[in-house]
Design a protein around this ligand. Structure first.
Ligand SMILES: Cc1cc2nc3c(=O)[nH]c(=O)nc-3n(C[C@H](O)[C@H](O)[C@H](O)COP(=O)(O)OP(=O)(O)OC[C@H]3O[C@@H](n4cnc5c(N)ncnc54)[C@H](O)[C@@H]3O)c2cc1C
Length: 427
């Protein structure tokens, strides 16, 4: 806890209790005591007339930022199979590393047991080096085991930036690692920048972020982490100026993989792992894979999504028919999920999956900002909506104003006709 009450100085006047907006100070006997609700906002410090409250971290030794170097990407694997998001982040790390300096490397961090075969894939997708942490106690992901391994390695090798995929595992692991290293973490970033000039360029073209106080010739390369804030209604850019490493999570599907270079190689650094069974409070007894058919939206090239405009759950039969016809998978808006018409695994958007297919069909979806946040970087967007003023038409490449129950069957029919023509022409 950064904020503490100096017992010898406290007179029990309770002025700090009035000043605290979080109800984070209790009176224990005649002395004030900070409780777990404290957010270290420091409002209580000037409120105390007896200088009895202090921020223990205010005078803490400043971190030597220059001691930290290179970009680490947590190369998430499950059961010896690399997660796609890790390869996307290696691509992003590659871009950022080259912008920082010629001698900054992008390094994949592989944690597990007998996972060294995955290093090849990391190199092919752009990693300059692979930090390999292998141990039988790391065979399956456990929060305790992987946190200890990552924290020990970060302390020893001092990476400047560490990026995780915002998967279930990444979201569990990254905050713990950040807390143990006493550094910050920005979750669910949609954009990362190091060069001020690149950031200004991006912010001016794509967002309403205010860049007026920034100088495009500023040579600093601190990580600028941009993400939606306040329910997706605005974008915020977060920096981590005083501590290292700078840490972010990024959702699958947001960053671009590099074109793989077959046969590419690099340095493998074998990291000594000190994770004992007693360090891990949980035990993986059995791994039961979900019997439910899970949709893989992130990898789909064509997605046909339905929204509240379907009217009821049976509307998804038509969406499925369209998806089957065009070789796509079924997506949905949150309104359809909240109505209980389809499982959350199909949801596209800020609190669902971020997707980037070649073609995205939005059927009966209005185009709320939280939905757009998850699909607007699709290559081609086709919107079907009976309201000509629906916001989805602002991002659509092809907009069809009409009742989806009339439009979709026509698309399917035209597709059939085109297939027949194609078959006839190839006979
Ligand atoms: C913090 C937060 C997170 C959120 N996260 C997400 C998210 O991840 N994903 C998401 O989708 N939403 C999310 N939302 C909800 C979002 O704000 C919208 O409420 C939601 O996207 C609306 O879904 P919809 O477009 O299906 O429904 P509506 O907004 O009700 O739109 C229905 C559309 O269907 C059209 N329509 C009706 N009948 C027909 C017909 N017969 N033929 C053609 N068109 C028709 C209507 O004209 C209308 O435009 C989030 C909200 C919040 C606050």
């Amino acid at each position: 806890m950064a904020i503490v009450v100096i017992k010898d100085k406290c007179k029990g006047c309770k002025l700090c209790i009035k000043a605290c907006p979080f109800g984070a100070i209790d009176m224990i006997g005649k002395l004030a005591e900070i409780n777990e609700k404290c957010t270290a906002c420091k409002q209580c410090i000037p409120a105390c007339p007896f200088d009895a409250i202090e921020d223990t971290e205010a005078n803490a030794e400043a971190v030597d930022l220059s001691a930290y170097k290179h970009i680490w990407v947590y190369a998430e694997q499950r059961g010896g199979k690399m997660m796609n998001v890790a390869l996307e982040l290696i691509g992003e790390g590659y871009r950022l590393s080259r912008e920082i300096s010629d001698d900054t490397k992008v390094c994949a961090v592989l944690v597990g047991d007998k996972v060294d075969h995955l290093a090849k894939e990391c190199f092919e997708y752009g990693a300059d080096a692979v930090y390999l942490m292998e141990d039988p106690n790391l065979k399956n992901f456990t929060t305790d085991g992987y946190t200890k391994a990552m924290v020990d390695a970060c302390k020893e090798y001092k990476p400047e930036i560490v990026i995780f995929g915002a998967t279930h595992i990444g979201r569990d692991l990254a905050p713990r690692v950040a807390a143990r290293l006493n550094t910050g973490l920005t979750a669910d970033c949609t954009r990362l920048d190091v060069r001020v000039s690149t950031y200004i360029d991006y912010a001016k073209k794509n967002t309403t972020l205010d860049t007026s106080s920034l100088d495009e010739n500023d040579p600093s390369t601190g990580l600028k982490q941009t993400r939606p804030a306040f329910g997706g209604n605005l974008m915020a850019t977060i920096i981590c100026p005083k501590t290292r490493p700078q840490m972010s999570t990024v959702r699958p599907g947001v960053m671009q993989k590099r074109e793989p270079v077959p046969g590419a190689t690099g340095e493998i650094i074998k990291v000594a792992v000190d994770v004992k069974e007693s360090d891990i409070r949980t035990k993986v007894v059995e791994i039961v894979k979900s019997a439910k058919e899970l949709v893989s939206l992130t990898d789909a090239e064509i997605i046909c999504s339905g929204g509240r405009g379907l009217g009821d759950a049976s509307g998804f039969d038509l969406i499925k028919k369209l998806a089957d016809k065009v070789g796509g998978v079924v997506g949905s808006s949150r309104a359809a999920v909240d109505s209980g018409w389809i499982d959350h695994s199909h949801q596209v958007g800020q609190t669902g999956t971020t997707v980037k297919p070649k073609i995205y069909f939005a059927c009966g979806i209005s185009g709320a900002i939280q939905h757009l946040a998850g699909m607007q970087s699709s290559d081609i967007i086709v919107a079907i909506n009976k309201d000509p003023d629906a916001p989805i038409f602002e991002v659509a490449d092809y907009g069809i104003v009409g009742d989806l129950y009339k439009v979709i069957p026509q698309i399917i029919e035209e597709w059939d006709n085109a297939e027949k023509l194609y078959d006839a022409s190839t006979k």
